[in-house]
Design a protein around this ligand. Sequence first.
Ligand SMILES: *Cc1c(COP(=O)(O)O)cnc(C)c1O
Length: 380
Amino acid sequence: MTSEITLDGPASPEPPVLEPVPLNDLSRGLAADKHDILTLVERVVDSGWLVQGPEHTAFESELASFLGVEHVLGVASGTDALELVLRAAMPADRSVVVTAANCGGYTTTAARRGGFQLRYADVDAATHLLTAETLAPVLDADVGVVVVTHLYGRAAEVAAIRTLCAPLGILVVEDCAQALGARTDAGRVGSLADAAAFSFYPTKNLGAIGDGGAISTGSATIAQAVRELRQYGWHGKYTIGRDGGRNSRLDELQAAVLRLRLPRLDAGNARRRSIISAYAAAASERLQVLTAEGPNHTGHLGVVVTDDRRALQDHLTSHGIRTDVHYPIPDHLQPAINAEHTDVALPVTERLAQQILSVPVFPELSDAEVARVCDALGRF
Ligand SMILES: *Cc1c(COP(=O)(O)O)cnc(C)c1O
């Protein structure tokens, strides 16, 4: 190879420095969609509708038919979706929400905003998800709703959980923020329980260009309650028929972006799964990569389990690979609320929080970047 001659002297003999592999990079998807997004901005501006107009109505019905549910209601965020669905679904004589403590605290935040008490169940050591077995010990007559999060994109076994909860009068809500598009034999997640919550935060598999969320349900009663709660508690215009309402709306621009991207969701999820499968095949025997194989997984996050997370994180950093932990602090140990949960012990949740590490997974990762992550995982 001949070295280039520059005015500053001979070219450096160092190999070119590779850019780090990012954990996520929204600019790639935005660049690919830029033309379509600018076109829809024009369409929305020309329509004169900014909130709860034709894009919003169309998105609600398109998502409902994608999911196979009767009702979808747009709201302003995933956390709002959880709060409003909890308030709509909670039986009148009950006040406890049961959920997992390893899902980032969103249900905890929403339930506390709704004025409910929280109780945590441990998770299955293999899937990191709630199961009927982990839930059974914490259910009693005070529990009104169980929130099951399809964590990392893997569909939880909702049918078994409903079989456990139904005789106890407990409703089941799915948190689908990481799992939109996951499909089980019984249907898409979001159609499997009494109701479900979704987030369209930009890093989710179906991302808006700002905040957004939605609720799905087959129950006309829950749908009507959410419809009122998301808009001041109005029964009809300027008539407050339901106390405790607020303002939580999905705007026309976000709805239009989501309509653009929904038809591409399944392809993006398939790409995510194939990236995770490549990592699992390449990883050293010291590592366990949580698999994301069938259509019941959206590959939202690629998670590696190891007894030596610090060493793995340092190793990947030295290979130019960005990582993060989802999530480092279980809900019952969060500093603002841990005083209320001093009697709670969740051994599996607490152990996994020390062992998990997320590696880069998003559809626009290049094959060369995937190969770099595979190589580094293999060398650990
Ligand atoms: C992102 C997320 C939420 C919250 O969604 P926001 O739109 O950020 O409020 C809720 N649950 C899970 C599992 C999430 O990943």
